[in-house]
Design a protein around this ligand. Structure first.
Ligand SMILES: *Cc1c(COP(=O)(O)O)cnc(C)c1O
Length: 384
């Protein structure tokens, strides 16, 4: 039996590959500290867990959920956008629930990309945008995010063509931690309008920001809704990666197109999970301040350690990552291997995020303070 060509054309998903390397090292008895994957170590807030317990007991949640999310969930998202960004959304037509935002990021390409079409993807950037473009038969085209501009998109150098359908952006950025101000998003909206593209903004880290910085939504841009769809998720803001609940908001045509893909492929997220997510969106938000404080402290620990070793990093204002150039012009993979072999610390090679990530590695802040301290001590010892 032969698998489809589209499977063979895909490199193994970066994290699957990384997991294998990590497991091999651990099998040798090394106490590896993994700073590879961005998966919050803090628990889901107790009031959200409690809402889930209650929801699960209600047999009404046991049936097929609605494809686009319950009306209550969509209203909660619309209310949240109103309060957080001052953006008005019609919960009927401009909001939909997703089984984790990655599900929507993946399926969006099937709604917009025909074979032969192109999508501009941030390079370096989260791999899903390019992979889904390819699975849909299209071609991902690198959108340069030069380090000199603070890893913001260089739209003047964007290789846009008649076949370009989608412009992907992600701020605060995984993997670089870069943040975009509203003016950057305004330029992206104007660019999408000029070239008749769908602007797809992944805002998974919109609430994970530091030093008082507040991330904008692309839907705040006047006319943003004409060209943009924005993805967000409870995964990072409420430590709910395992629950798989996210949403898309914005342009009604894009929401409709995405929901057509979804109605044909899945049946929506468990209604009980949606009820818990409503509580996460509309209930007390104390946990947010707490987790920002935790990540900010960890960020400072990493940046201070590296700068004492000779780096000159600026502390990122968002995301759960520190992105750094390798030492002595080493490749991403060689430097990641060095840290694994010499310090027992596992980091993500930047080359996994596109050619523009070569020469960098990404450190994730989602391990306990103790383990991160230990990791930084080991790195200082190995590189000092
Ligand atoms: C973590 C993350 C997401 C969230 O994915 P979910 O499927 O909602 O868990 C989306 N985009 C980026 C860039 C991420 O790092």
């Amino acid at each position: 039996m032969k698998v489809a060509g589209r499977i063979e054309s895909l490199a193994p998903y970066l994290f699957a590959e990384l997991d294998r390397k990590l497991a091999a090292k651990r099998a040798q008895g090394v106490d590896v500290i993994s700073l590879g994957v961005g998966d919050p170590d803090l628990p889901t807030p107790e009031h959200v867990v409690e809402a889930m317990r209650e929801a699960v007991r209600d047999p009404a949640t046991h049936r097929y959920p609605s494809y686009s999310g319950s009306p209550e969930f969509r209203q909660a998202v619309a209310r949240w956008y109103g309060g957080r960004f001052g953006v008005r959304l019609d919960p009927e037509t401009e909001v939909m629930a997703l089984i984790g935002s990655k599900e929507g990021l993946g399926h969006l390409s099937f709604a917009y990309v025909d074979p032969g079409d192109e999508a501009l993807v941030p390079d370096p950037g989260y791999p899903v945008y390019g992979v889904s473009t390819r699975l849909a038969g299209g071609t991902p085209v690198s959108l340069p995010m030069p380090s000199e501009s603070g890893f913001l998109p260089d739209l003047d150098r964007a290789a846009v063509s008649e076949r370009t359908k989608v412009l992907w952006l992600n701020f605060p950025s995984n993997p670089t931690g870069a943040v975009a101000d509203l003016a950057t998003l305004e330029r992206a909206v104007a660019f999408a309008r000029e070239h008749e593209l769908l602007l797809a903004h992944d805002a998974a880290y919109s609430e994970i920001t530091f030093d008082g910085y507040v991330a904008p939504s692309v839907l705040q841009v006047p006319g943003g809704k004409d060209v943009a769809i924005e993805f967000n998720s409870l995964s990072k803001s409420s430590n709910m990666t395992g629950w798989r609940i996210g949403y898309a908001a914005g342009n009604a045509d894009a929401i409709r197109a995405l929901s057509i893909v979804k109605t044909n492929l899945d049946s929506g997220q468990f209604t009980a999970v949606q009820r818990a997510a409503i509580v996460a969106l509309t209930g007390p938000q104390d946990h947010l301040e707490e987790l920002r404080t935790v990540y900010q402290k960890r960020r400072d620990r990493v940046v201070e350690t590296l700068n004492a070793l000779g780096w000159s990093l600026t502390a990122p204002l968002g995301s759960v990552y520190v992105w750094l150039p390798t030492r002595d012009g080493m490749s991403s993979a060689a430097f990641a291997d060095l840290l694994l072999d010499e310090a027992g610390v596992f980091v993500a090679p930047g080359s996994g995020y596109g050619a523009g990530g070569e020469g960098y590695v990404r450190i994730s802040l989602t391990v306990s303070d103790d383990r991160l301290d230990e990791a930084m001590d080991r790195v200082a010892c190995a590189l000092g």
